[in-house]
Every structure is written in C-alpha cells, then in structure tokens.
Design a protein around this ligand. Structure first.
Ligand SMILES: *Cc1c(COP(=O)(O)O)cnc(C)c1O
Length: 363
C-alpha cells in the first residue's frame, strides 16, 4: 500500500511552482540521506546552528548566516531582533506595550498575503506595522514621512506577490534606511540569488529553504555579523516556539551546498525541455502554448497555455479534481491562461498533464 492509499490522501502533481500548500519542493534522495544523518544522531544544537551557519557563510563568502525553521520564522525573528537588540528582558517581554520603539515600515504594495498576511508575521515579531504610500505607489518621500523615533526597522519584500510597479528599488530602500540609522530587513523568500541583497547592504536577508533551494522545511537568514548575533538571541524568546530540528539543519546545509554547485538550467535549456510539451498542446483545438519567463524577472521559464474555446478557470479546477490532482499556476486564469511550472515535474508527470488537458479540451 503506498502512502496515498494508506492515509487516503490525494496524489498530487505540482506544476504550480514552490507552493507551500503542496509541501514546497520535491526533496532529492541525497538531501533526504543528510536529513537522516541529522535525525539519527545527537548534537549540541546551538553549536550545530553556529557551525552550519559559519559553513554556509563561507560558501557564500559573506559575514554571517543562520538556519531557522522557515522564512516566516526568519522574518519574525529579524523583526524582534530589531526591537529587542540584546536586551534580555525585552526578549522575554516582547509584546510589553511600554516598549514603543517597535514600528516597522513596509511599502503598502509589499503588504502581501503569501499564505498568511506578512503583517501577521511582522506582528508576531512584535512589530507595529506602518504602511508607506499606496497600493500602486510608494515614493521615498512617503517612506520618510513614516519614520520617527519609534521606528525600529524597515522591511522590503522581494516577491512576485508584490505590486511590481511604483515601488522603490531595493537599493534606494536600503540606502534610505541607513540614512536614518535603521536596519533594513529583506524578505527574499522565493528568490534564487543568495547574496544580491546582502551586497546591496541589507542587515539581513531571509530565504525559504523549500523554495529555490529545494531543501527540507527550513529557512535561511544571512546578513551582517552583528545583526545575525542579535537574531540568535531570539532563540531564548520567540525563536524557541519556531525551532528547527537537527535533521533539517543538516539537510538544508547540504541542500545549499548542492544548490551552489549545481549550475542552474539556462533559459534555453528550460525552453528545450518545454518544447515537445508545447508542440503537443499546440496540436489541440482551441489551445495554444508557448514558453514565457517569470513575471517577476526570475530565470524561470514556464509554459503559458491559452484556451480559446474553454474557460481556463474551469480547466484548472478540473485538473485539480481528477484521480491525480494536478496543480497549475493560475494567476492569469481570469485572462484565459494557465501556466505550467516544470521545476518539480518529472517527464512522466509532464505527459500525464498533457493527456489530462487533451481529455478535458476534447470532452
Ligand atoms: C513563501 C514566502 C514566505 C514564507 O516562506 P516560508 O518558508 O514558507 O515561511 C515569506 N515571504 C514571501 C514573499 C514568500 O513568498
């Protein structure tokens, strides 16, 4: 009996990307082996976190790195670190209203929901959320107008979820924070470039272990040494509630090393992999498929499928409700399009997706 039968859960093909609701990434066997090494042995966890952090910092040639349980946990602790600094009493009394210096400024167009609203994560870290600007526009002047003596930090969210137009560049945002002597935290959860925002000068940058890094459930915080040391102090406070297990500390460290050594598929190679799939789809009546690059500019190519005779939303719903639940990327479904993200789809699954679409359009 396989795991789907045993627990009577749905079998899933994930053509939607790194979706937390589907479990993030497909974790490769060699990474699972490393997780097993972590699970089956004891460590002094604090030392393990320090040393794996140093190891990752060396790999990336940066000051400091620290593994956490998830990007969300990293964001919350990066914020509580800004509020508490190294004050143990504050760490233990994070939400005490008499500590007023807890405002965290975020562009309104960055205040997104990635499964939970980022403001929930910010408040968990003790922030009083201060939105700057408007949904479609946030100028440096708007940001300046939000800063005062109670500002503890600035948060920049780099994500396809965010409004892409009318927002300040990360460089300008980081420089502004520094002009005011404030730490700048960057949520780069789904980004693949691990050093870009660090080199722009951000105090800390947060990544999800299960997204671009293809690791187990985990998160990575990188940044300046002093700031990462402040975040580590949160382990005695809210950090304990969001602890990471030894298995995933070892697993993520290995996954990062592997990620650094594995050349990314070029855009050309990704297009080549998609071509036979698109060619098959283009032979179907009322269907056209082509390769398109990620809307937020990441080096990811997906198949964009346009349905002229069927409702794309219905097709997507039917794909999800067959014997095997096929999840596609549906941000453009109201425009008659669905996208296929093949990063976690194997060749056999890709053919299954094609055959199911064929069935649905020929019905
Ligand atoms: C996925 C995501 C997160 C959360 O990452 P987890 O590791 O699942 O906690 C935070 N911010 C953004 C922009 C994301 O896309």
């Amino acid at each position: 009996m396989n795991v789907y039968e045993k627990y009577q859960v749905s079998q899933v093909i994930n053509a939607s990307g790194k979706m937390t609701i589907l479990g993030g990434s497909r974790v490769q066997d060699d990474i699972i082996e490393q997780c097993a090494l972590g699970a089956g042995n004891f460590f002094e966890v604090k030392e393990l976190l320090d040393k794996t952090g140093e190891y990752i910092a060396n790999l990336l040639d940066i000051e400091s790195a620290y593994i956490v349980n998830s990007a969300s946990g990293g964001i919350a602790q990066a914020i509580s670190a800004a509020i508490c600094r190294d004050d143990h009493h504050k760490i233990m009394n994070l939400y005490d209203p008499s500590y007023e210096k807890r405002e965290v400024v975020i562009c309104k167009g960055h205040n997104v929901n990635y499964g939970t609203a980022i403001e929930v994560t910010m408040r968990l870290g003790g922030a009083k959320v201060v939105e700057a600007g408007y949904a479609n526009e946030c100028t440096l002047e708007s940001l300046k107008g939000c800063m005062n003596e109670n500002t503890a930090a600035l948060l920049y969210v780099k994500s396809h979820h965010c409004v892409q137009k009318g927002m300040p560049s990360p460089e300008d945002f980081i420089n502004l924070g520094h002009q005011y002597g404030l730490p700048v935290i960057v949520d780069a959860a789904a980004e693949g470039d691990l050093v870009k925002y660090y080199h722009m000068g951000a105090e800390c940058v947060i990544y999800s272990g299960t997204k671009a890094l293809c690791g187990p459930t985990s998160g990575l915080v990188i940044g300046k040494n002093d700031y990462i040391e402040l975040i580590k102090k949160q382990y005695a406070g809210i950090g304990r509630i969001m602890k990471i297990g030894k298995e995933n500390i070892i697993g993520l460290t290995y996954a990062i090393e592997k990620y650094m050594q594995t050349p990314e598929l070029t855009l050309q190679q990704q297009m080549e992999r998609l071509k036979p799939f698109n060619d098959l789809l283009n032979q179907l009546n009322g269907v056209s498929a082509k390769s398109v690059q990620d809307g937020a500019g990441r080096p990811i190519i997906r198949s964009e499928i346009t349905f002229t005779k069927k409702d794309a939303k219905k097709i997507s719903a039917l794909l999800k409700s067959g014997d095997i639940h096929i999840y596609t990327r549906d941000y453009k479904a109201n425009l008659g399009q669905i996208e296929i993200d093949i990063r976690d789809v194997n060749d056999e699954e890709l053919m299954m997706i094609y055959r199911r679409i064929q069935e649905l359009v020929e019905e």
